[in-house]
Write a protein that binds this ligand. Structure first.
Ligand code: GDP
Length: 440
């Protein structure tokens, strides 16, 4: 995501970061580069122009020319302006009403149905809500089926009516059922077309009038760049929606849509889709996105994800084992599983400041742990808890069983031994610290 833009911006700041004297010409050159980088990332022309003008004003206002570190100051100004461009602060969705009614709009293939599922899943698991999904696409039976499948996967009921050709009626019936069954949020997935047409707009406008949604969310594929912005504008003129969902940001998107939409339609981006799985949904934080674009990582999101997956009981159990120097290969394996639960490794790496950029050409995928897991799975239960019995012939057998080489097995065991040693040292240090603190 945004790799090209990050690179280009980084290069344009180099001009100012160097040893050379900073002049007004340098600043102008840098800003020209920034503007070109934005245009190449498919940012709207007017937005890019306005952006660099604002940055220039701020830079001159803060006296970049005489600053001690002009390069850093420029990066900071561009960073803050990028965040501002994307909306400043994160905006939540409204869940007013009982049930709260959320209406989805967008073109076919934008990711509406997938997002409906993700949102239902999020509201259910994180907010304790009881959502009802409504398949209100009367043209494509496959779309109804797709939503049913997602519903089963996340264990959320799906309302649909075979044969009813009136989407307004279906939506109203669904709300009736939600009230009867105690569902407190109704998410209506509407029909999309390949391109905007009058019939689709009329239909969704009619649903809006009938159900009076607390929130209308417009879903758009970030890969479509400028088109995404144009579509957003047309939908907004007609529906006056409340927020934008940008999907497929995990892909190779140039980022233009994320940067332009807010300034063109003046509506906040509320969520971003980061994959096809039901948990690949992130709340959109403009500040953090600006961090990522400038290669500053996103440590806050990383910690949040870690906290979400953090299993306190497991951590306590592990702590006890470490204290007794009983950390074994089963624990090693369970730690790997915890990391894997946090998501795609390359995405995680990109959140660590400085690391994303350094690793951009390195291919790390979810299979990175595969051979380590295979090796541990090929150990007998006894070997896993007492690694000291792993002699040459055992190692030979494990390499064969796991389809790896003896070198790989040796390497893992060595790493494991080192980890254990370090853990032992740390526990001892902690003990010593306690002892010291007791001294007068
Ligand atoms: P709809 O026609 O608007 O309902 O779109 P769908 O929900 O059917 O999505 C179209 C395709 O995009 C499907 O293959 C989805 O799996 C995929 N998709 C949706 N959201 C994302 C996302 O955030 N990332 C990726 N990589 N794929 C997505």
């Amino acid at each position: 995501m945004f790799e090209n833009l990050s690179d280009r911006l980084d290069r344009s700041f180099k001009l100012l970061k160097g040893e050379g004297k900073i002049t007004e010409i340098n600043v102008a050159e840098t800003l020209k580069d920034v503007r070109r980088a934005l245009l190449d990332a498919d940012v709207n022309f007017k937005t890019a122009k306005q952006f660099t003008e604002t940055v220039k004003e701020k830079a001159l206002g803060q006296n970049v020319l005489t600053a001690v570190k002009p390069g850093q100051l420029m990066v900071k100004i561009v960073h803050d302006e990028l965040a501002e461009l994307m909306g400043g602060t994160a905006v939540d969705i409204s869940l007013d009403g009982n049930p709260a009614i959320i209406l989805m709009a967008g073109l076919q293939g934008s990711g509406k149905t997938t997002f409906s599922g993700k949102l239902a899943n999020l509201l259910k698991t994180k907010k304790g809500k009881k959502p009802l999904l409504v398949a209100d696409d009367i043209y494509r039976p496959a779309a109804i089926e797709q939503l049913r499948i997602l519903g089963t996967q996340i264990d959320v009921p799906v309302y649909s009516e075979d044969g009813n050709k009136n989407p307004v009626e279906i939506a109203l019936n669904a709300i009736k059922q939600a009230k009867a069954n105690g569902n407190d949020v109704v998410i209506i997935d509407t029909a999309g077309r390949l391109a905007i047409d009058e019939a689709m707009m009329n239909e969704i406008a009619a649903i809006k009038t009938a159900v009076k949604p607390s929130e209308i969310l417009f879903v758009v594929d970030s890969m479509t760049g400028q088109d995404a912005v144009n579509t957003a504008k047309e939908f907004n003129d007609r529906l006056n929606f409340d927020g934008v969902i940008l999907t497929k940001l995990d892909g190779d998107t140039r980022g233009g849509a994320a940067l332009s939409i807010r300034s063109i339609v003046n509506k906040p981006i509320k969520f971003v889709g980061m994959g096809e799985k039901m948990d690949a949904l992130d709340i959109f934080h403009p500040e953090r996105m600006a961090d990522r674009i400038l290669g500053m990582g996103d440590i806050v999101s990383l910690v949040e994800r870690a906290q979400e997956q953090y299993d306190e009981e497991e951590a306590r159990r592990l702590q006890k084992k470490i204290a007794k120097n009983q950390f074994d290969f089963n624990d090693f394996l369970s730690q790997i599983h915890q990391i894997k639960k946090m998501g795609n490794l390359k995405d995680l790496a990109a959140m660590i400041p400085g690391v994303g950029k350094a690793m951009k050409d390195i291919d790390i995928d979810d299979n990175a742990f595969k051979s380590i897991e295979a090796i541990i799975y090929s150990m007998s239960p006894k070997e896993r808890v007492s690694p000291e019995i792993l002699n040459g012939s055992r190692r030979q057998r494990i390499a064969k069983g796991s389809g790896t080489s003896i070198q790989e097995v040796n390497k893992l065991i060595k790493q494991f031994d080192e980890t254990r040693k370090m853990m032992k040292m740390m526990t001892q240090m902690k003990g010593a610290g306690k002892l010291m603190s007791k001294m007068p």
